[in-house]
Write a protein that binds this ligand. Structure first.
Ligand code: NAD
Length: 263
């Protein structure tokens, strides 16, 4: 299938590793020009180099903390014609409810929600002028099944669903679509570090830790393993493409069936 992404410019926030990297790589492989973003120049340069070496496409680097207003404004000034915005950057941390201070609630909101809201607001005028655009929020199954070990994270992932649906309705009748994608447990760099840490501290292998995770923490998973970042990226690339023009205002799951709902 040709995703018809030639000539499109895509910004993927937080794309030097994990799901974001897989999305940027896939969009580049499918012909889009891609802006790879991370917070350090070295991380960005390495990711740009790896993608370029594989796809030979146009890959720009953007070293910036896109959870900051100034950095977001500067990014859109530097790249005024963004056709596809993938709001991927996000943080998570397990913490008991009683131990989450106001500052953490605020920080999680700022980084996971407001960063994407702000970028969407900044790219929307150009998308409206072009009467074409794709905005995708990378939410999570945790926005539907709120994890008790990180309620603040769940809150941000639910908020993204609200923003995404509301924004889709606000651009009704245009060529712009807005959707959210809900990955389940995925073997990104962040999750890989978490599993390896657990394996080291418990004297178990990473495979054992994964098996036990799906037995006790996420027993509703139907695939009973972590999804790969590529499995998430394949859905995102389709949603970001012209082919997905009738998919908007949707919350699309790529969660290995972990959410116990048929729709
Ligand atoms: P990750 O930690 O493996 O990678 C995140 C990337 O974002 C890294 O390149 C990091 O440097 C970058 N980043 C973080 N904060 C940034 C900032 N302020 N500015 C610029 N770059 C920044 O993360 P991941 O697991 O791939 O998660 C990506 C998204 O997917 C997140 O929104 C997360 O909530 C969501 N998600 C992940 C999972 C999972 O199991 N991995 C499941 C559901 C949803």
């Amino acid at each position: 299938m040709d995703l018809q992404l030639n000539g499109k410019l895509a910004l993927v926030s937080g794309s030097t590793a994990g799901i974001g990297y897989a999305i940027a790589h896939t969009l580049s492989r499918e012909g889009a020009a891609v802006i790879v973003n991370g917070r350090t120049q070295a991380g960005v340069d390495a990711a740009v180099e790896r993608i370029r070496a594989d796809t030979r496409g146009t890959v720009h680097g953007l070293a910036a903390d896109l959870s900051q207003a100034e950095a977001a404004q500067e990014a859109v000034r530097r790249f005024p014609g963004i056709d596809i915005l993938i709001n991927n950057l996000g943080i998570f941390e397990a913490k008991a409810f009683e131990d989450i201070p106001d500052e953490d609630w605020q920080r999680f909101f700022d980084v996971n929600v407001l960063s994407g809201v702000r970028l969407a607001r900044l790219v929307l005028p150009a998308m409206k002028r072009a009467n074409w655009g794709r905005i995708v929020f990378i939410s999570s199954e945790s926005g539907v099944q709120i994890p008790t070990e990180m309620i603040h994270y769940g809150m941000t992932k639910t908020a993204q669903l609200a923003v995404s649906r509301g924004l889709a309705e606000s651009v009704a009748g245009t060529g712009i679509t807005v959707n959210s994608v809900l990955p389940g447990p995925t073997s990104s760099r962040g999750v890989g570090d978490f599993v390896e840490g657990l394996a080291r501290s418990s004297g178990k292998s990473a495979e054992q830790v994964e098996t036990e995770f799906f037995q006790s923490v996420r027993p509703s998973s139907l695939i009973r393993r972590f999804a790969t970042p590529q499995e998430v990226a394949s859905l995102v690339a389709y949603v970001a493409s012209p082919l997905a023009s009738a998919t908007t205002g949707a919350a699309l799951r790529v969660d290995g069936g972990v959410v116990r709902s048929a729709f």
